[in-house]
Design a protein around this ligand. Sequence first.
Ligand code: DGJ
Length: 526
Amino acid sequence: MNSKKEIPQIKKDKNGQATWLVDGKPYIALAGEIHNSSSSSLQYMDEQVWPALRPLHLNTVILPVAWESVEPEEGKFDFSLPDGLIAAAKREQVRLVLLWFGLWKNGLSSYIPGWAKKASSGVSARFFRARDAFGRPLDCISPFCSDAVAADAAAFRALMLHLAEADPDRTVIAVQVENEIGILGADRDFCSAANRAFAQPVPQPVADWFGVRGSWEEAFGRDGAEMMMAWQYGSAVEQIASQGKSVYPLPLYVNAWLQQHPDRPGKYPCGGPVAKMRDIWRLAAPSVDCFAPDIYVNAYREVCDEYAAAGNPLFIPEVRATKDSASFLFYAVGKHNALCFAPFGIEDLCGKRRDEMGADLLQTLNIGAGAFDGAGAGERLAAAYEMVGNMQEIIREAHEGGKIHAFLEYNDAGVTIPLGKYDALISYTGASASFFSGPGTKDRSVAGGFIIERSEDEFLICGSGFSVQFLPKPGVQAVAGVLRKEEGRYQGGVWIPGRVLNGDEGYFIRLSDFPQVQRVWMYTYC
Ligand code: DGJ
């Protein structure tokens, strides 16, 4: 008898709607990504990280496995670290998403094994480096270096082969290939292989797909350098990802350091899967299931909307860990049926340790000082995760029927949502005090949530920081009244009612600043 569970997969229905199937059932990863170095020590994980994660109601932890840790000597693999992480995750009853820190991490080659670093010096090195416009070496192995890409692909294949055998329970449910790929410090790679490629006609698949000809610059003008880098990185990732997938077809994704101020390729990693490079990345890397934004910019809503477009499932492996995280989750899940939501540095959220990131590091990483404002964030996110975790099936059904409507405050006072029988007027309760102040700058958290229409008169209202008024449709001569309003919670999809709020509290449907769900029945009279 085969005791292995089904391999997790991301499946699309005929409308292009993606579902992540884990143990054969739809899954939303209510996740957190830990700091980069935490998972390099099992002892550190046991003492500092796992205890800090327990209160958060996570079902998934996202953590790095570095090439240097599994292939310390060339050709000799040691998987004791991932094995230990898997064993601990089982004990903690969470699933894992592994981050393959191979050739590239935040544009740099900092996690490659020592033996590979030593083979990277000089223009004709075995693992030659990318170069800037003056020919100076960058701290980054060139994506044009086929030997390096082949070595990374072989190591990744070995890891995936090991997981296929050593993880029959499918504790690992997806793998990120590399991390925030791209060239930093130059607007393209200027090593000699890159210079040759830049002068040549674009590869045939690119010419055919985009209907262009000539060199990269002739074909794409000012975007030519970035398009070439995206094609090159995408092709390298395809080699790595396809080798891994050929032995163990887990879902694979690639994350992006977003295009942001200062908005010049090379200031953000040039050649990564930023939104405007989506089509070329798809062409280059068909083995990748989705392209995922790391969201440290204020334009959260726009980024979600961009990355959920054109059939790309929304998968958020990193987002600022702040008191706004809960509302951001509601928007991602309610509006875009997100597969994953994960604040970064999650072990800090319950306020135990916030020592990892000094101001200088925040500056280097270009993420701004407000990113790790964790005060109150842990409790809010834990409540939101518990709530959404217990409503997964209801949320999924609502998406299938088009009956879920999400909203997120952003420099506005509210929104009107047309429903079947009513219009729902959502007003952000703190908005008048802090109108136009934007996320991350207020004392209170950003309002956000979603409404699920259970029938034309019954609604689930989830989120925080807003009130709802149901109005009859324009032209209908009737008054909308609250028939009944209950506090409560879901437990494994079953509603457990709390107080009935039909008295003083009944006039308004108001959700406080702390995430919650209310169940409301409406009626009309005249
Ligand atoms: C984005 C990177 O992908 C992460 O690994 C981490 O370095 C964070 N930035 C830090 O903010």
